[in-house]
Design a protein around this ligand. Sequence first.
Ligand code: ASP
Length: 350
Amino acid sequence: MKRLLLCLLAAGPLLLNAAAPAPAPMHKPYGLVIHGGAGVIRREELPPALEAEYRAQLAAALAAGYAVLDGGGSALDAVVAAIRVLEDSPLFNAGKGAVLNAAGVCELDAAIMDGRTLAAGAVAGVRHIRNPIRLARDVMERSGHVLVVGDGAEVFARKLGYTLEDESYFQTDVRRRQLERARQLETTGQPAAALPAGTLGRGVTGDEYRVNEFKFGTVGCVALDQAGNLAAGTSTGGMTNKRYGRVGDSPIIGAGTYASNGTCAVSATGYGEYFIRTVVGHDIAAQMEYRGASLAEAAAATLAKVARLGGTGGVIAIDRAGHIALPFNTAGMYRGHHLAGGEAVVEIFQ
Ligand code: ASP
């Protein structure tokens, strides 16, 4: 009896604590998550020097976005800041270094969404815009439309004073070789024989003939700012050897890009056709809204739907409380996150 009493006395403060409200966090939840594409990215196949370059660029993008949020800036500004860094890097399939379509040119797609108002803007099939995410934002804020494509988008850009880049600005030797490989695979059904290490440039080895590995590489960012607003953005060159005029999921609001303050912000990467058919971004948000799923549950369930159709890829997502989810069903996904009170984290492999 005496022992029981002692136990109860000892447990008293714990029981009281359990009933008391959780202590307020030391900081408002804010932060961002980025991706640089998902695919067959294996540690043993990524040369260390190239891996270091990827990590450095992802870290630079995270830092650019986080600086905006840390300074009290908006989630939208953070998304644009982070994505511009990745668009300007030739490593990623967006802006400079985008993959080539079947006609041998880069056709770029991008979208942005403001979770506060559900305002959204997107461009598809643009060929001369250095930072398509910037133009997507201008579509959202200055065009009165949501999605503007091809020449029309570029006429709009010119009106706003954009400098149109020559197509050669976007094209790299690595992407040209990937297109050759993809064409070969299409016509013969056989991948080209492995090439000697280094012949594909930037230290990429002959394993590159597995064209699938290189179809992805889209970039995206989701952010939560100090005011509690969410935003999402995605930018891509699409898929190597895609048909001229093909548009993927990235600029389709509700598929590759979605944000709503009531639920979450999402950016996807992967085989776009499957992500459009599964309406990935909105499906994640809808599960949270309609059945009270957590962010992690909703993201996993939606990605499982993509997989059931045969699609591969991944998503990044953040909710208003600062929970994040980064599921993918490929060997790797270039990704990173930085949440207030924590460290910047960059990861590539499973
Ligand atoms: N989802 C993009 C598309 O299908 C490709 C990617 O994520 O790399 O256009």
